[in-house]
Write a protein that binds this ligand. Structure first.
Ligand code: SF4
Ligand code: SF4
Length: 226
């Protein structure tokens, strides 16, 4: 029987996605198939998530992915200046946080076709975390309950921590760069991932998040509990 120690980083990432699905099963949203206003060219992804996405594709599907992204490469897109764990650490250190440009009007995600995601099963957490309790199209923004916002922050921190030697970048940059050539630290479109400095859980959500934190910790600790 496999033990936790046998799990690869990709297995652990899959388990984190499943854990998120289970957490979200009790939440209601108005999200439905073909509602795709949230599918913009501004989604970010970690190296490990890109790896999972690409390894799940056949050579033909991978070519199709490149044929979607490369000719439609978004010239204006969100390019992160820091990862979420870096943001948390800088806040703790009282440092100034640089402004980051992000505008949904820059365009749709190149992986969207006929209002459907072409890589839905392996889409990154940045996409999974998007939900709303009212139609974004009507209001111009999503309505995400505070409990889900807290969970989203937790899962983002965990996924980055799991990929501690990797990077985060815009989805179009990351997917057209991997696996041919790993991004290096000098590439300003790729920001290095960091360990979790402290979990971003407000006091009112600590009890609610305790089981999720416990389950995430078993997936992030190398010497897991038997
Ligand atoms: S987050 Fe908004 S745009 Fe995306 S599926 Fe839900 S309602 Fe639609
Ligand atoms: S990867 Fe899929 S879910 Fe994510 S933004 Fe692109 S089309 Fe939407």
């Amino acid at each position: 029987m496999n033990t936790r120690q046998d799990l690869t980083a990709l297995d652990r990432l899959r388990e984190i996605y499943h854990l998120y699905d289970r957490f979200m099963a009790s939440e209601t949203s108005v999200c439905k198939e073909k509602c795709s206003d949230c599918c913009t060219c501004n989604v970010t992804i970690t190296t490990l998530e890109a790896d999972l996405l690409l390894t799940s594709l056949s050579p033909v599907e991978k070519n199709a992915l490149y044929n979607r992204i490369i000719p439609n490469f978004p010239q204006k897109r969100f390019i992160p200046k820091m990862t979420f764990n870096t943001f948390v650490r800088w806040c703790m250190e009282g440092r100034n946080i640089p402004e980051e440009e992000n505008d949904p009007a820059w365009g749709t995600c190149p992986l969207l076709a006929d209002d459907l995601c072409t890589v839905y099963d392996t889409r990154p957490f940045g996409c999974r975390a998007l939900m709303s309790q009212h139609l974004c199209r009507d209001k111009g923004h999503a309505l995400i309950p505070p409990r889900v916002m807290t969970a989203n922050n937790l899962f983002l921190q965990a996924i980055e921590h799991l990929d501690i030697h990797g990077f985060s970048a815009n989805l179009s940059d990351m997917l057209t760069r991997l696996p041919v050539d790993e991004p290096g630290p000098t590439e300003d479109r790729f920001v290095p991932n960091e360990a979790i400095p402290v979990l971003m859980v407000p006091p009112e959500h600590r009890a609610d998040m305790a089981p999720v934190i416990q389950q995430l910790s078993t997936l992030l600790t190398p010497d897991d509990h038997p």
